[in-house]
Design a protein around this ligand. Sequence first.
Ligand SMILES: [Zn+2]
Length: 116
Amino acid sequence: MKNKKKPVEKHDLHVKTGDRVILTSGKDKGKIGNVKKVIASENKVIVEGANMITKAQKPNPMAGIQGGLNKIEAAVDSSKVMVYCTSCEKATRIKHDIVDGKKVRVCKKCGEQIDA
Ligand SMILES: [Zn+2]
């Protein structure tokens, strides 16, 4: 018997696609990369060049896919990444601020805007 998939509570993640983040745990701890994808339903993110796994790719000549081993980024739990502030060069928390009537995210440490 198959278990029904539990609905995952949706959260607003503290990071979004394109953010520069630093990994705070795991084998890539300390690694900095850009968020390639946010999987909000799983609270996970894919960070460029981080948490690489090797996946076997079956050849599929019809689709022009060569078989072999591919290195791809595996999703990382969003709790394991922090926004990396390029201004103070530290992992930081963000706060929301209103600048010129626009909601922006700023570094809690130095006050620089995260969204360029
Ligand atoms: Zn900062």
